[in-house]
Design a protein around this ligand. Structure first.
Ligand SMILES: *Cc1c(COP(=O)(O)O)cnc(C)c1O
Length: 353
């Protein structure tokens, strides 16, 4: 279930940043058509990572000019670039291979380049998207080669992009990225826009850090005073949608094995894989027993045939019964979008309220 007021609130808090010229929504966090429409109506642009995501956005927003979509593919096949260039979306290249091997595609084009600024950050190894151990981006040190390649092909690099990871609370991440990209922009001479990526952290109940947007705005405003010709964009996913969504599931069965009490619910890693994939923490509440004392420790598990199918380890909850409704919090981002039919179980329905 998604709460539209929360969606609007998160969009407005980012659109209010004075230093940021454009907020794009990384639709991979949640491509739900109503969410895409709501965020676009608030004034948020769209960032997509596949042809499927672009087609999904255009189906939800038939009036949208494709040039308003930023397309950031990674190791995609050549034909996807051919299609993207024909469709008119703004393309981001994240590997010099693409320019070296398929130069004819890019003659006369205006391109963004995704840069790897060297240090990845984020809540888990799998979401740190910079540094040598990550597959993303053109290393910052290859700037001279990039400039030469663009000149020989006859394309213009109008934007630089970096996305270092997900679940980041330290504002230095975006400020440092801005300075690093600005250095390269000065070297290239044609860049008008710096896209500082997403990754804005969301408190999840275990780690109650919060992101100080005011401080981020202040730091980026002083960056902009020094670089008045560069527009600044950000492209968060999780920040915009995570807290608007919750997963609801009914208790199916209970089991005691030695010290372990298991509380089973009707859906698990097939609906929300983040705990299994990243060890992510999601708050769990028994909605049917809100006023009862939390006297029982449970491992809250789903029905999937994997030992990793655990939504929460050792959670203090009221003694629960079959049929109770559990709420799993901050499930609006990378929940439904990463859901699968594994075990041929159904993916939960989505509702906006
Ligand atoms: C996933 C992704 C984002 C959004 O990350 P969040 O942590 O959800 O903000 C932004 N840009 C790119 C290129 C991404 O791959």
């Amino acid at each position: 279930m998604y709460d539209t007021a929360t969606l609007r609130n998160r969009a407005q808090s980012l659109l209010a940043l004075k230093a940021i010229d454009r907020v794009l929504y990384a639709t991979k966090a949640n491509p739900n058509a109503s969410i895409v429409q709501l965020l676009q109506a608030e004034g948020v642009g769209m960032e997509c990572v596949s042809r499927g995501e672009i087609e999904n956005v255009l189906a939800a927003l038939p009036q949208l000019q494709p040039s308003n979509i930023l397309f950031t593919p990674n190791f995609a096949p050549r034909h996807e670039y051919v299609w993207a260039l024909q469709s008119g979306v703004q393309l981001t290249i994240d590997n010099l291979f693409v320019l070296q091997q398929w130069p004819e595609l890019f003659r006369g084009r205006e391109l963004f380049i995704r840069i790897d600024p060297g240090t990845g950050r984020g809540h888990h190894e799998h979401v740190r998207t910079a540094g040598q151990a990550s597959k993303f981006g053109v290393p910052l040190a290859e700037g001279a080669q990039l400039k030469q390649l663009a000149a020989s092909i006859g394309c213009t690099i109008i934007g630089l992009h970096a996305h270092t990871g997900s679940g980041i609370f330290d504002i230095d991440n975006w400020v440092q990225t801005a300075h690093q990209l600005a250095g390269l922009a000065a070297q290239l001479g044609t860049v008008r826009t710096l896209d500082l990526g997403g990754g804005l952290g969301v408190p999840d109940g275990a780690d109650l850090s919060t992101l100080d947007l005011g401080k981020l705005d202040e730091a980026l405003l002083s960056f902009k005073q020094a670089h008045p010709s560069l527009a600044l964009w950000i492209e968060p996913g999780r920040y915009l949608v995570a807290e608007s969504g919750v997963l609801l599931a009914r208790v199916t069965q209970l089991k005691q094995k030695g010290d372990h009490a298991y509380l089973g619910v009707a859906t698990g890693m097939n609906a929300l894989i983040r705990p299994a994939l990243y060890g992510a923490f999601h708050e769990i509440v028994n909605l049917s027993r809100l006023t009862e004392a939390h006297t029982q420790l449970y491992d809250v598990v789903g029905p999937i045939c994997e030992s990793g199918d655990v939504l929460g380890h050792g959670r203090q909850l009221p003694p629960s019964s079959e049929g109770d409704v559990l709420l799993i919090g901050t499930a609006g981002a990378y929940g439904h979008s990463m859901a699968s039919h594994y075990n041929l179980r159904q993916i939960p329905d989505e509702l906006l309220i």
